[in-house]
Write a protein that binds this ligand. Structure first.
Ligand code: NAG
Ligand code: NAG
Ligand code: NAG
Ligand code: NAG
Ligand code: NAG
Ligand code: NAG
Ligand code: NAG
Ligand code: NAG
Length: 282
């Protein structure tokens, strides 16, 4: 591996909301457990930074902007079912890994493109675009671009991109290679889905804890499908907010505090997360 020289820039990342604020009066805490919006399916959608690697004609070298994100001290993990690691570019090889556990997870994605006509919209199979699934329980990722060679073809944009993105909303377009649209659509970010869970134990153990969150009527515990922890769910036939007393109801939905939580998971997550954007050369 090439040695790296990094100029670290620590920034506080405000994962920006894609839609509205939570309704006023809706509790955001349950005991000492913070309840992010939405709660219904334990998922939330945020905008996450794209890592880029661009050819710099002044230095005639590649200049990467590398993004990492660490949720190991938050109740979030990257959704393995809803996200893919995607790499866009020509002659690009990018890695995703956990800096603190390289043996735990590392994978790479390679993308080539011979000519504009080789690019196919909606196809991310290694020509202009490459994608890989991520494992369950991932709470931190780092990105690394392997410099294949200093490169700038006249017909294309001289940048490569790597990001964890929501699979459902992502569709490769040939103009992601020839323009900056992929980076510009959300100002250097792309939608990503986080799974959320309470604590780090299974329902079986949590039931005996004073912090157990699913104690209300018609509320039941479900083990997280992505890493440790659990979620509350309304029992069969009931709907609503399982974290509130009498939040799970069989009828009279209009009495619920937060009917908006049913709509979708494209909701706000306005917490502060620490991330680290490094600029460097490989
Ligand atoms: C950010 O990353 C750089 C390079 O890896 C490192 O030197 C610096 O300590 C990091 N900052 C934080 C707050 O982790
Ligand atoms: C890329 O360009 C840099 C800066 O000019 C140079 O130091 C490096 O050796 C080049 N690498 C390759 C693989 O051409
Ligand atoms: C690294 O990842 C592996 C596989 O997920 C896991 O078994 C191991 O406990 C992790 N090690 C650390 C220090 O987190
Ligand atoms: C792909 O879609 C983009 C945007 O709609 C369009 O500009 C481009 O011509 C399409 N490319 C191909 C190869 O069809
Ligand atoms: C991507 O967009 C961000 C935000 O607009 C900008 O700061 C950054 O320079 C862009 N990167 C590239 C490679 O265009
Ligand atoms: C679970 O969380 C508790 C409290 O945050 C912590 O003390 C404990 O070490 C964690 N256990 C594991 C296995 O991570
Ligand atoms: C939970 O508590 C009950 C009563 O105190 C006890 O009988 C049971 O073994 C405990 N279960 C676990 C998993 O600790
Ligand atoms: C939650 O409850 C609903 C309604 O009872 C049910 O359809 C759904 O499968 C449950 N979810 C999980 C993860 O068990």
């Amino acid at each position: 591996m090439a040695s790296m020289l990094l100029i670290g820039v620590t920034i506080m990342l405000y994962l920006t909301s894609i839609s509205a604020q939570p309704a006023p009066g809706c509790p955001t805490h349950c005991g000492d457990v913070e309840i992010p919006y939405p709660l219904s399916r334990g998922k939330t959608r945020v905008l996450n930074h794209i890592s880029t690697c661009c050819y710099d004609p002044n230095t005639r070298g590649m200049g990467p902007y590398l993004w990492w994100l660490d949720f190991s001290r938050w109740p979030y993990r990257f959704s393995n079912l809803d996200n893919n690691f995607i790499v866009i570019g020509c002659n690009t090889l990018a890695y995703i890994y956990n800096k603190y556990n390289r043996t735990g997870y590392t994978t790479a994605c390679a993308s080539v493109c011979g000519s504009p006509s080789a690019l196919t919209n909606s196809s991310c199979l290694g020509v202009g675009c490459c994608q890989n699934a991520i494992p369950k329980g991932l709470t931190r990722y780092d990105v690394y671009f392997y410099k294949v060679y200093n490169d700038s073809d006249s017909w294309r944009n001289p940048c490569s991109y790597a990001a964890l993105v929501e699979t459902e909303s992502f569709s490769f377009s040939s103009d992601y290679i020839t323009t900056k649209r992929f980076n510009e659509t959300y100002q250097g970010r792309q939608p990503m889905v986080l799974d959320w869970a309470i604590g780090n134990v299974t329902c079986e153990l949590a039931r005996n804890m004073s912090s157990y969150a699913c104690r209300h009527r018609n509320s039941e515990c479900v083990d997280s499908a992505n890493g440790p922890g659990y979620l509350c769910n309304c029992s069969n036939g009931y709907e609503g907010n399982p974290y509130l007393p009498d939040g799970c109801r069989g009828e009279f939905k209009s009495l619920l505090c937060c009917p908006f939580i049913f709509s979708s998971y494209t909701r706000i997550l306005n917490a502060e997360f620490s991330g680290n954007l490094s600029k460097g050369w490989y």
